[in-house]
Write a protein of this length. Sequence first.
Length: 308
Amino acid sequence: MNEIAIISPIAAVILIGWVFTEFGIIPRSTFRENNKILYWLSIPALLIRLTARADLTAAGNLNLLPAVHAGYLIMPLIAWAAGRLAGEERNRLAISALVSMRSNQVFMGIPAVSIALGSQGLESLSLYFAMSLVGYHMISIAASQIVLSGGISPRSILNSARKLAANPMVIACFAGIGFSLAGVNEFPRPVDVTLKVLGDIGTGMALLAVGAGLSFRSVPSMLRKTWRDTLIKLVVQPAVVWAFFLLWPVDPIMVKVVVFVCAMPVAVNSLVVAQGMGMDDQYAGEVIAVTTVLSAITLPFWIRVLGI
């Protein structure tokens, strides 16, 4: 079956990362340090190279903006409402709002799209990043801040803007957009090869890092606490985004890429955001772990449904 052929290499590399750290062959700190290479070099190089090639002015591509951002806006509301009905406290509600739309787009999304959809998929993914990365960060942080404090302050907006301005992936997307709008869609061969080599580093290393951060022993107990947010993230979010593409149609390959990426587990950096904002960071870590493990079941489902 095609979904097994796609997901098995991803699961295998993640499992290798877990085995090598679980048995002490490679310290977890090694992967944490290597993540800096991905964050500052490999992924920005990939984004600049691919975003520069994207046609940002095509009418179909412009539909990405309302479709994706409508999904970003509604998901925290869905998660907040579900948590309120269950009687959750404010700190946990803030986590629910935060993680409802924060997919692991980079460390799992990029390798998964590369394996499943190849270079065409990566080009669509880079365009999606260019159109949505700023909104992805701003809306998720703002929504969780509103739930946590009952409002959002100018100071919190300024702090978020400063962090975004220093984010190498955001900078890379804007650089790629600039090249694309200026008509520089192809770089000189030495530059292009350099960017490609740096970008190719990331695929396997990112998946190994995901596995290195997993702990399978406590997943059953964590699932009992996190099942609602897990369901919302792995099933409801991709379905909602897919529904919005019916209102704002885009190229079929773009639909597959965006819905597939939205079906990824919760982004690991959500834990850092939770800690920085004084939310229930332990619960955030539990949701990250559970969604990562259960995505081995839900991702094949979405691969089959999407016809990848």
